[in-house]
Design a protein around this ligand. Sequence first.
Ligand code: HEM
Length: 226
Amino acid sequence: MPCPYDACAKDWFRKKGVRKFLTSKWAKVVVFALGLVPAILLIVDGFTGGLGPEPVTFIEHETGDTVLKFLALTLTITPLRKLARLPELIRFRRMLGLFAFFYVCTHFLTYLILDQRLSLAGMWEDVAKRKYITVGFTGFVLLIPLAITSTAGWIRRLGGKRWQALHRAIYVTAVCGVIHYYWLVKSDVRWPVFYAAVFAVLLLWRLGDWILKRRKQAPAVAPATE
Ligand code: HEM
């Protein structure tokens, strides 16, 4: 007899050892090590002359790209864990989100220290004048409270519902990041459009999931009685 999708998927992943690995401490170590790869590659490039003729722009581009990748990975966890019936994946969401924050800090500090020579006045002038900096800065600022409240203690303090509502700001950050990227590229918009499509799919999936949940929760209309 065919088994239901839920049970089949769970069983398949259990047989392949995926679930066991995902719940092990090694899985977190592997994800952490992979998260450090872009930073390590940049450091290696720095020591081997691989940063090109415009090293600051190179670092800004690499770290900016990496932020978008980690934002996309963080937002992929929920749809993936539901579609693949792998609740264990939730263990990695916080770490991926914090990596997005780590790389956006690196991105911002590269701009502030190497581009603006630590001039806060220069930075504010840029934030006010150049619209792609304004929108990038907004995305960055929105991530700060999310990183601070990412701990179990803060989830308890805020309560699940309020915490979830606050953490929806990550969608706004993703949108800001894509607009920032779209506005700064001069001609070839293929990559910003690609990221826009990725985030659109991830956000639309959530909308669909939310609508389905609401429909299920809605009380059935009682048949009219004479
Ligand atoms: C969530 C926040 C942000 C995201 C996702 C993001 C993403 C990106 C991306 C994808 C790029 C281009 C990479 C490429 O061309 O391959 C970039 C470049 C850049 N970003 Fe950001 N960024 C963010 C915040 C910021 C902030 C806060 C600042 C400064 C205040 C900033 C300043 C810059 C600069 C100066 C460039 C290089 C522009 C050029 O081509 O000269 N970004 N960013």
